[in-house]
Design a binder for this molecule. Structure first.
Ligand code: UDP
Ligand code: MG
Length: 316
């Protein structure tokens, strides 16, 4: 099969028939063998009935339905597990992404050799309250992830080589960082294509402004687990040691300073009257705790059943 289109959706009943027709039209014009996998993320507006109806008429339509709403990432992950096409395309259900982009995305994976191609909504039809924070967010993500050529990490329209979606696990709210997940799994050929974007036609957005707070927190998590997930002591140990040593030196300076002055008959203050003493104390306590966190982290990492899972590419 050439293409699997994976569509996560939450309360998008009005858009679905139009979206399905549009995808079908593009597929038929280009003669792609395909499937459309609708992942219903616990909708309460009759979306599932619409999908059942579409599936009755079109054998290429498949559907999975969660009993409750879990979020876009779990929906994508579930669709990925079922996708059979050589190229897997994800797109939002709200008609903001255009199925007309599919043939070129397919070509970029098949012929240009990309593992993942992300859409780039260069001209966006979203409110300013969303487009400005998004710019900042993407700049940070480029820096932290080292994927310098992406401008729109969270674009719903993306294409993947089948192998990629089978080797990444999208959980929590990590759909914003799928290119980073792919990179961490060893897929380095990541490309971008400018795509058409439209204003939402029906319904309303499912994400509020909290997306930006959560987005940054998730980025910190991925950066940390990607870099130190298997060796937490390298992070906590270094930080803890530095803090402890700094505190120790400070305490030594305060203590010896006092003794020195005492012996030489100079005026001196009590150790506990010096602000440096308290700073030093805090540093040493925090440093020791960091170190302990490193040990605990190592114990956890050591017990992970996946501690020796590696991404093996080829083998003879
Ligand atoms: N979505 C989902 N589960 C959720 C929230 C959203 O499956 O809990 C789907 C939603 O139906 C849409 C896509 O994710 O197909 C993108 O959502 P939305 O259009 O609200 O995001 P925005 O375009 O505002 O970034
Ligand atoms: Mg949308």
């Amino acid at each position: 099969m050439d293409i699997s289109v994976v569509v996560p959706l939450y309360n998008e009943a009005e858009s679905l028939p139009e979206l399905e027709q549009w995808i079908e039209r593009v597929m038929n014009e280009h003669g792609f063998s395909h499937e459309i996998i609708f992942v219903n993320d616990g909708s309460t507006d009759g979306s599932w009935q619409v999908i059942e109806e579409l599936a009755r008429k079109n054998p290429a339509v498949r559907g999975v339905s969660f009993r409750r709403n879990y979020g876009k990432s779990p929906a994508l992950n579930t669709g990925f597990a079922r996708a059979q096409g050589d190229v897997v395309i994800t797109m939002d259900a709200d008609l903001q992404d255009s199925p007309d982009e599919i043939p070129e995305l397919y070509r970029m994976i098949k012929e240009d050799g990309y593992d993942l191609v992300s859409g780039y909504k260069q001209k966006r039809y979203d409110p300013l309250s969303k487009t400005i924070p998004t710019k900042l967010f993407n700049a940070t993500a480029r820096k932290v992830t080292g994927i310098k050529n992406l401008h729109d990490f969270n674009c719903g329209l993306k294409a993947y080589r089948n192998k990629v979606v089978k080797h990444i696990e999208v959980y929590g709210d990590m759909h914003r960082y799928i290119p980073y997940l792919a990179k961490l799994a060893g897929f380095s050929r990541i490309g971008e294509k400018v795509v058409h974007h439209q204003a939402r036609k029906y319904g309303k957005t499912k994400f509020g402004l909290d997306r930006f707070v959560n987005g940054y927190l998730d980025l910190a998590t991925l950066w940390f687990t990607g870099k130190f997930g298997g060796k937490p002591m390298h992070f906590f140990g270094l930080l803890g040691s530095l803090m402890f040593i700094l505190g120790f030196i400070a305490v030594a300076v305060v203590g010896f300073g006092k003794l020195w002055n005492m012996y030489h008959g100079l005026p001196y203050v009590l150790v506990t009257d010096s602000p440096y003493f308290f700073l030093a104390l805090t540093l040493m306590i925090l440093g020791a705790q960091m170190f302990l966190a490193g040990f605990v982290g190592e114990l956890v990492a050591r017990n992970s059943p996946r501690r020796n899972d590696y991404e093996i590419d080829t083998e003879l």
